[in-house]
Write a protein that binds this ligand. Structure first.
Ligand SMILES: Cc1ncc(COP(=O)(O)O)c(C=O)c1O
Length: 490
């Protein structure tokens, strides 16, 4: 049986070196037929009773998603979209992977919930597998500092909150440095760590969180002409910030290893090692927030493995189980964990290490290994998305820059390539954001669900997306960019 998009279900998951998936048992047409005629009260009840995040409630007009499979989602009328957003860049394994679904069903039949103070097989195995993945590039220099322990949370914000709590208690210092171009979550400390405008309405927050500029070669805060210069100048800026803040008062530097929502900013060579060196010089902990960049998104288990730099703490969530159930956490260096051997860690959550979520993390990590998903994501970046985006850039005057790795890419749009004037201003909304709204609408009309932020379109499909599907999505984007080409003035 052929699927609606012209490929049989097993092939749906067949990608370069990725093994045949277990999707052979599901036929896309069958699923679609079952769902096509199932209108519900979801929209009406949503508008009457669901209070949505980050939104003015009266302006919302959500579509009702009825189902998903692999890299596709569809609404109640059977209109389908190629999910080039992975929702909130979290569905790394794709939608409804049957083995992942089965793992949750199986765990539900065994034990749905248990308090964090008990030991539990799903939780123990999840912690072991996550720690094993985090330690993949460990060498002798990691002795005593291996990423051996895992504290589980329900998501990313709780992970960054607790990482900072650990860093403050471990160092007995209070101050934390984070980047202006960053997002670290929506809770009290996490939103103060966040650099982007979502922080503004929550100010003033607790004191002690200081912002610095990270590297961004295309829009350098340091007027650098090359990546090498950008690395040097960004590190000098960070060293100067530590000088005037007092490096000895700083508990942690928290950074997204590859900045996600705020631009897909891949650190230029030498930057991360330079930050590590500054941390060592001042006795500061390096916290890598890999909530978005981790678990295959950058073509590695963790993004820091690209540069073989050792973090003291790693925050994860999203891709650990692709959001099939809420899960996040902190992978903790042995030396930090040891400082809580004889005193209590003052933090906890009723659902820390929830068995259903942990069972899905175990299954997801094992599926990633069986199907070679991390390797596939890496190859998609180097062999397909990177080269194709370079062609798109050459063709469209509105494309100022393309950058990324794995399945984590940004197309940055400008009005004028010479001046680099952004297609829409920083934090644009309403009429000022119209060109990007028009672009998103064109993508959706052609059957692609996009991820748009400020003046960028992010190319962030699931790590399991097939070559054909990536080509299909990029072709839609290529056509849709005519919309923003029309706004080019230079
Ligand atoms: C880098 C980063 N950190 C933290 C968070 C917060 O995660 P959550 O929404 O699960 O709280 C996000 C969410 O997008 C993120 O991208």
């Amino acid at each position: 049986m052929r699927s609606r998009h012209g490929r049989s279900s097993p092939e749906f998951w067949t990608v370069t070196n990725v093994g045949l998936s277990s999707f052979g048992c599901i036929e896309y047409d069958e699923v679609m037929t079952a769902l096509e005629t199932r209108p519900s009260d979801a929209y009406a009840n949503d508008r009457a009773h669901v209070f949505h995040s980050w939104s003015a409630q009266a302006t919302l007009n959500p579509i009702v998603i009825a189902g998903g499979l692999g890299s596709w989602i569809w609404d109640e009328n059977g209109r389908r979209y190629l999910d080039f957003s992975s929702q909130l860049v979290n569905v790394n394994i794709g939608h409804q992977h049957p083995k992942l679904v089965a793992s949750i069903q199986e765990q539900a039949g065994t034990l749905c919930t248990i308090a964090p103070f008990h030991a539990n097989e799903a939780r123990s195995e999840a912690a072991r597998l996550i720690s094993e993945a985090a330690n993949l590039c460990a060498d002798a220099s990691w002795d005593g500092k291996g990423l051996d322990m895992v504290f589980f949370t329900n998501g990313g914000a709780e992970a960054t909150e607790n990482a900072v709590r650990m860093a403050r208690l471990h160092t007995n210092r209070h101050k934390v440095l984070t980047m202006y171009r960053s997002y670290h979550g929506g809770t009290a400390a996490a939103i103060q760590m966040t650099g982007d405008p979502r922080r503004w309405p929550s100010e003033p927050g607790a004191p002690g969180i200081v912002k610095f500029w990270g590297p961004y070669p295309y829009r350098s805060a340091f007027h650098s002409a090359t990546e090498t210069q950008e690395t040097e100048r960004a590190l000098t800026h960070l060293a100067d910030t530590l000088m005037v803040e007092g490096g000895h008062t700083v508990a942690a530097i928290v950074l997204e290893t590859v900045v996600g929502t705020n631009g897909i900013l891949v650190p230029p060579p030498g930057y991360l090692q330079g930050v590590r060196d500054l941390c060592d010089q001042h006795g500061i902990l390096l916290v890598c927030d890999e909530v978005m960049a981790g678990f295959g998104r950058c073509g590695e288990w963790f993004a820091f493995q690209h540069w073989n730099v050792r973090p003291d703490l790693v925050c994860f969530a999203k891709g650990v189980n692709s959001g099939y159930l809420p899960l996040g956490g902190v992978v903790i260096g042995r030396h930090v964990a040891d400082s809580f051997n004889d005193r209590a860690f003052p933090g906890g959550l009723t659902y820390s290490g929830h068995p259903l979520a942990c069972a899905s993390a175990v299954a997801s990590i094992n599926i990633f290994k069986e199907e070679g998903i991390v390797e596939h994501a890496r190859l998609l970046g180097t062999e397909l998305i990177g080269p194709e985006l370079a062609k798109i850039q050459a063709k469209h005057p509105c494309v100022g820059d393309v950058r990324g790795l794995g399945v984590f890419w940004a197309i940055e749009l400008v009005r004028n390539r010479d001046t680099r004037e952004p297609m829409v201003p920083f934090n644009a909304a309403g009429a000022a954001a119209k060109p990007m709204g028009d672009l998103a609408a064109a993508c959706k009309a052609a059957g692609l669900w996009p991820f748009v932020h400020f003046n960028r379109l992010h190319v962030v499909p699931p790590c399991t997306t097939s070559i054909d599907e990536v080509r299909q999505g990029l072709a839609i984007i290529d056509e849709a960019l005519a919309v923003t080409d029309a706004y080019v003035t230079g």
